[in-house]
Design a protein around this ligand. Structure first.
Ligand code: DGL
Length: 284
C-alpha cells in the first residue's frame, strides 16, 4: 500500500456536521444526545446563508469548501445537516470529489434517512414536504421517495421566508405567524389528503411550535434530528472500521464563517448550554 494511502487510513478524529447556518444545530443536538461519548465539530456557513435560493453550482461549491474545512480539522466522517446541501451537493461530493480528496472518508446527508423513515409514519402515503426553494426544485425528496415507496404521493412546497425568519431571530415574532400559516394553507390546498408533513429543512424545527399550531392535528409533522441520529448510530454499527476512526472524548467545537460571538449566542440558545465558537475562513 502506498505511504499516502496508509496515512489516510489512519486518520481519525471528530464527527463533522455542516450547515449553511444555525439549522444543522438541530441535527447535531440530537446526534450528541444519542452518542454523547464522541467528539464533534460543527461548521455553520452563516456568512453565506441562506443557501436555499442559490444555484446548484453555488451550493455545491460552498458545501465542498465546508467539507474540506472539516476534513482539515481531522473529521473522517461529515454529516451534511442541511437539506439544501444534501440535495444539491452530496451526490457530486460522494461520487466525484471524495476519490480525489481521500476515498476513505465519508460524507452523508439527511434526505435519505428521512425518506426511509416515512414508511413507518404515513398511513395513507400522502406526504407533504416543506423545504427551501432549492430543495423543492431539486425534487430530491420526490426521487428518493419514488425509489423506496413508488406508491406514495409527494407534494413539495418551498418556503422562502422561513430560513430568513430563523437566521434573523424572528421566529418568535407574531409576524412569523403570517408566513407559517400561508405556506401550510398552500400545501394542504395542493393535496388535502396529506397525513404526514416533513420539515425538510433543518432550520424549520425552530418554527415547530408555530407550524404545529396551524397544522390540523391529524397530520404528523416529521423533524429530522432524531431520524438522522438513529440512522448514524446504525451506520456506525454497520461500519465498524469508520466507527473506530471516530474519536471519543465528548469534545465539541463550533465554527462559523460569520461573527463568532453572535454565533455563540445563538448556538447557546439552540443547544441549551453555553457554547463557544471560533471564526473559520473557508472561501480560499
Ligand atoms: N438548513 C438548511 C436546509 O436544511 C438550509 C437553509 C438555507 O440555508 O437556506 O435546507
Amino acid at each position: 500500500m502506498a505511504e499516502e494511502e496508509t496515512k489516510k487510513l489512519s486518520i481519525s478524529g471528530p464527527i463533522g456536521v455542516f450547515d449553511s447556518g444555525y439549522g444543522g444545530l438541530t441535527i447535531l443536538r440530537q446526534i450528541q444526545d444519542a452518542m454523547p461519548d464522541y467528539d464533534y465539530i460543527f461548521l455553520g456557513d452563516n456568512a453565506r446563508a441562506p443557501y436555499g435560493t442559490r444555484s446548484f453550482d453555488t451550493v455545491y461549491h460552498f458545501t465542498l469548501q465546508g467539507v474540506k474545512f472539516l476534513f482539515e480539522q481531522g473529521c473522517p466522517l461529515v454529516i451534511l445537516g442541511c437539506n439544501t446541501a444534501s440535495a444539491k451537493a452530496l451526490r457530486t461530493i460522494q461520487q466525484c470529489d471524495l476519490q480525489h480528496i481521500d476515498p476513505t472518508r465519508r460524507v452523508l446527508g439527511v434526505i435519505r434517512p428521512t425518506v426511509e423513515a416515512l414508511g413507518s409514519i404515513t398511513l395513507n402515503g400522502h406526504i407533504g414536504i416543506f423545504g427551501t426553494p432549492g430543495t423543492i426544485q431539486s425534487r430530491s425528496y420526490d426521487i428518493e421517495v419514488a425509489k423506496l415507496y413508488p406508491e406514495f404521493k409527494v407534494t413539495g412546497h418551498g418556503c422562502p421566508m422561513w430560513v430568513p425568519l430563523v437566521e434573523n431571530r424572528e421566529s418568535g415574532n407574531p409576524g412569523a405567524d403570517y408566513f407559517v400559516k400561508q405556506e401550510i394553507d398552500r400545501l394542504l390546498t395542493a393535496d388535502p389528503d396529506i397525513d404526514t408533513i416533513v420539515l425538510g429543512c433543518t432550520h424549520y424545527p425552530l418554527l415547530y411550535d408555530k407550524i404545529r399550531e396551524y397544522t390540523p392535528h391529524n397530520i404528523e409533522i416529521v423533524t429530522q434530528g432524531g431520524i438522522t441520529a438513529e440512522s448514524l448510530v446504525d451506520y456506525l454499527y454497520r461500519h465498524p472500521e469508520m466507527d473506530a476512526r471516530c474519536t471519543r472524548g465528548g469534545q465539541h467545537r463550533y465554527f462559523t464563517t460569520e461573527d463568532a460571538d453572535k454565533f455563540a449566542d445563538m448556538a447557546t440558545m439552540f443547544m441549551g448550554r453555553p457554547i463557544e465558537a471560533a471564526k473559520a475562513v473557508i472561501d480560499r
